[in-house]
Ligand binder design. Sequence first.
Ligand SMILES: Nc1ncnc2c1ncn2[C@@H]1O[C@H](COP(=O)(O)OP(=O)(O)O)[C@@H](O)[C@H]1O
Ligand SMILES: [Mg+2]
Length: 255
Amino acid sequence: MLEVRSLTKCYSSVPAVDNVSFSIRPGEVLGYLGPNGSGKSTTVKVITGLLEPTAGTVLFKGTKITDDLAAYKRLVGYVPEEANLYPFLSGLEYLELVSRLRSLPTHLSAKRSEALLELFAMHPHRHTSISAYSKGMRQRILLIAALLHNPELIIFDEPLSGLDVTSALIFRKLVSALSREGKIIFYCSHVLEVVEKVCSHVIILQRGKQVAYGTIEDLKRFQSMPSLEAAFSNLVQEVDTEQSAHAIVDAVISR
Ligand SMILES: Nc1ncnc2c1ncn2[C@@H]1O[C@H](COP(=O)(O)OP(=O)(O)O)[C@@H](O)[C@H]1O
Ligand SMILES: [Mg+2]
């Protein structure tokens, strides 16, 4: 189980994440939702061990992740929000590099890379240099790289960015299949549609604070709303979207 207790992370004394607590059991998918700048990626960086929290703890199977960060990182698959790929490598070379860094035996790495490249329709592009990849292709390589070592905990930060309709659909089904395998999944997004379909629980974050936490059904019932989108808007929307849209058009056409 992944357990986050009273997590706070400040950047120069301003809290980006403010006293957030949650837990995810094997087979559960937690959707972590919030508008831009609400603290999602900061939370991700703390639970992947990339950033130290200002306060609070992250426990995996009852042990603080900082007790043995290297061992913990071997159990984690992470798809970051921004692709940090080496443009001069080919997709396949990147996967080989990731496998070596994770000490995955060569035969397993080759077998899984081959299968995953095929499934994500990246096989024909495996020898092409990453600099020539589209955003969606980079995203697919990042997804493969995160899964290669069969991690127990999988963290997705805006995984759909750049993916086409088919890849997004495969991804959605993939998340459900991984949860059935007993993986612990943290799914961070501002796109509600997929979250509603794949997540067992959701947290809604606003300016670093957890404003709702429960199952999707709980949330809809609690807010008396027909959809997650309506419940979300009710909780975090601070602007009149209709009015903003008109104001933007007015500004564009003004003389
Ligand atoms: N490295 C950083 N230094 C200073 N402030 C940061 C840094 N990273 C993020 N922030 C700030 O923290 C807040 C939360 O950012 P982030 O976690 O990226 O939000 P989200 O992923 O929900 O869009 C934002 O106000 C952002 O400007
Ligand atoms: Mg983010």
